[in-house]
Design a protein around this ligand. Sequence first.
Ligand code: NAP
Length: 259
Amino acid sequence: MTGQGRLPALDGLVAVVTGAAGTVGAGIAGEFARAGAQVVVHHHTGAERARNVVERITGEGGTAWAVAADLTDETACERLMDAAAARFGRVDALVNNAGVQPVQELASMTAADWRAVVDTNLISAFCCTKAAVQVMRRAGTGGTVTHVASIEGSSPAPGHAHYAASKAALIQHARAAAVEYGPSGIRVNTVSPGLISRPGIEEAWPEGVERYRAAAPLGRIGSPADIGRACVFLASTMADWVTGHDLVVDGGVTARSPW
Ligand SMILES: NC(=O)c1ccc[n+]([C@@H]2O[C@H](COP(=O)([O-])OP(=O)(O)OC[C@H]3O[C@@H](n4cnc5c(N)ncnc54)[C@H](OP(=O)(O)O)[C@@H]3O)[C@@H](O)[C@H]2O)c1
C-alpha cells in the first residue's frame, strides 16, 4: 500500500517550492496543494513545465503561481521570496528542492565543476533560506524550511563526489540554521530521498532500478509524492517539535547492512 491517506492540514499556508517544474519538485508542490497550501511554483528554465504544474494544481481546486529565478544568484533568491510575500502576503514554508546531479569521476573534475554543483545545490539553499527567514521574521509568525538532500549525503555513489558533498553540507546547514532560527519559531530540517522514479527511468536504467528494488526492504523505488508527503509532514503542526532533523525517505535501503 502506498500513501493514500489524509495529509496533515496546511490550510492557507503559503509554501515556496524551488525547482517545482522538475520531477521531485512537481510532486512536492502537488502534495502541498493537496494539503491546502497556496504554492509558489519556482522554476528556472522550465517555464512550460511550471505552467503545467500550476494548471494541474488549479485544475484540482488548489492555488498556485509560477515564478522564475536562477537561484545561483543571491539577489534572485531575495526577489523570489519578496515576490511570494507580495503576492500572498507572507511565506510560511520553504522547500529548497532545486538541484543538479551531474555524474563525473572525481579525477576528471575541475574546481569549476565542483563550484557549479555547490552553487546550485548548497549556496542557493543558504540564500533562499536567509531571504525566506527575513520575510518570516518580519511577519513574526515563525515558519519552516525543508531542504531536499539525499541519502548520498551519507552514502556517496561513484561519480557523485561533488553532489554527495553538497548534500552532506546541506544536512549540516539545516542543523546549524535550526539552532540559530529556532528562537524565532522557524524550524529547519532535511528530507533525504533514495532513488525516485521519473518518466523513462525503467527503460533508461533497468539494472539500477532493479538493484534498488532488491535492496529496499519496501521493495520499490520512491515516487515524487513520497518525498512531497515527507515535506508536508515537516511543514505541518504535526512536526511542531522537530527541527535540525534529517528525515531519510528511501524505502529502507540505508537501514540494511551493506555486508
Ligand atoms: N531523483 C532522485 O532520485 C533524487 C534522489 C535524491 C535526491 N534528489 C534531489 O531532489 C531534488 C530534485 O531532483 P529531481 O530528480 O527532481 O531533478 P530535476 O527534475 O532535474 O529537478 C531539479 C530542478 O532544479 C532546478 N534548477 C537547476 N538549476 C537551477 C538554478 N540554477 N536555479 C534554479 N533552479 C535550478 C531545475 O529547474 P528548471 O527545470 O526550471 O530549469 C530543475 O527542474 C534535487 O535536489 C536532487 O538532488 C533526487
